[in-house]
Design a protein around this ligand. Structure first.
Ligand code: SF4
Length: 344
């Protein structure tokens, strides 16, 4: 194909996508605004969370922290609390740090250039491209898994998405397809990738690109995208002691960088005087990205006031009850454990 014809064919794909988006864009709260703060928060919230699962969290977060000033002035624990249920808490910690960074380094004004947005804590190329294109007319494709999947299928392109050059490769391909309105194009790709060109069972019959899609016409959709390298999953064993008495229990805040940093947890160890109070144990399996976590939790019901008082006086653990628990963020399996243990 001649270069001009080829470029026109690429562009046609982008324009068709844009036409489809104009008629079919999902009516979401962050689609009514070009406020970079709100677009940034929404991009981070929905990075690992499906729209319908995260929408209430997003709305509550924005209600409590409507602007960068309010977020920067908040305590980190409160930000974590508003993130409860979304998981991947390092995103909340980074959002909070970035808000302070905007206050200190950008006088409270959200940076408008892609390169500057990229300097914010926790912001990667995808988020920087999304915010700069949607809010400031920047011309960067927000390349993520949706781009990989849609583009590799439309062009039956077998470039391996586990290759370290995949981001650069698909960014170049996206540049060929990208029409004038890059902000809408990026959002169109997000919608198409999550609603139509899904990883499994894509809805090709209603896809605006089905006449251009090579994988569809060759009946080879399941072959794209190509991914050769499997990410290794590692096993992680944790032990906790749920030390409690009369509805109160002992917790501490995690400092570990490994997982669940800054969340609250039960005691990872106990001293000999508490061992006689171990009543039972339970093993819980929990899956994280690339990790299978096996958690053994010992139920330690201290039915001696003297031992409880001595132990709490000698150690710096926090004492909480169900009411206090609801105001703190715990890893999901520990949260479920408390709710089941103390529900009576
Ligand atoms: S036709 Fe099917 S495989 Fe091709 S882009 Fe559309 S949904 Fe994806």
């Amino acid at each position: 194909m001649e270069k001009n014809n080829r470029d026109a064919a690429f562009l046609q794909v982008g324009n068709k996508l844009l036409d489809w988006y104009k008629k079919n864009a999902r009516d979401l709260p962050f689609r009514q605004t070009k406020d970079p703060y709100k677009i940034w928060i929404c991009e981070i919230v929905f990075q690992q969370t499906r729209i319908n699962q995260g929408l209430n969290h997003y709305n509550n977060f924005i209600k409590r922290f409507p602007d960068v000033q309010t977020l920067a002035a908040a305590e980190e624990d409160e930000v974590l609390l508003y993130w409860k249920g979304l998981g991947y808490y390092s995103r909340a910690i980074n959002i909070h740090k970035a808000a302070r960074q905007i206050m200190n380094e950008y006088q409270g004004t959200f940076p408008s250039e892609y390169d500057e947005i990229l300097k914010l804590k926790g912001v990667g190329k995808y988020t920087a491209a999304a915010v700069s294109s949607i809010c400031f007319g920047g011309r960067m494709p927000a390349v993520d898994g949706n781009f990989y999947r849609v583009l590799s299928r439309v062009f039956a392109d077998d470039f391996d998405i586990s290759n370290s050059r995949a981001f650069v490769y698909f960014s170049e391909l996206a540049n060929l397809v990208m029409p004038e309105n890059v902000g809408d194009f990026n959002q169109a790709m997000m919608d198409l990738g999550s609603e139509i060109c899904k990883p499994k069972n894509p809805l090709c019959g209603v896809c605006p690109l089905n006449k251009d899609c090579l994988a569809f016409s060759l009946n080879k959709i399941s072959e794209f995208p190509v991914k050769t390298k499997k990410v290794k999953t590692e096993n992680l064993d944790l032990t906790y002691y749920f030390v409690h008495r009369n509805g109160q229990f002992l917790i501490q805040q995690r400092k570990d960088d490994f997982i669940w940093k800054k969340l609250f947890e039960f005691l990872p160890a106990i001293s000999a005087e508490l061992e006689p109070f171990i009543k039972s144990s339970k093993t819980i399996s929990h899956k994280l990205t690339h990790k299978n976590v096996n958690i053994e939790i010992y139920d330690v019901e201290v039915d001696s006031e003297t031992v409880w008082n001595d132990f709490t006086a000698q150690n710096e653990y926090l004492i909480t009850d169900l009411e206090g628990f609801h105001h703190k963020s715990f890893p999901k399996p520990l949260e479920n454990y408390v709710q089941n243990s103390l529900k009576d």
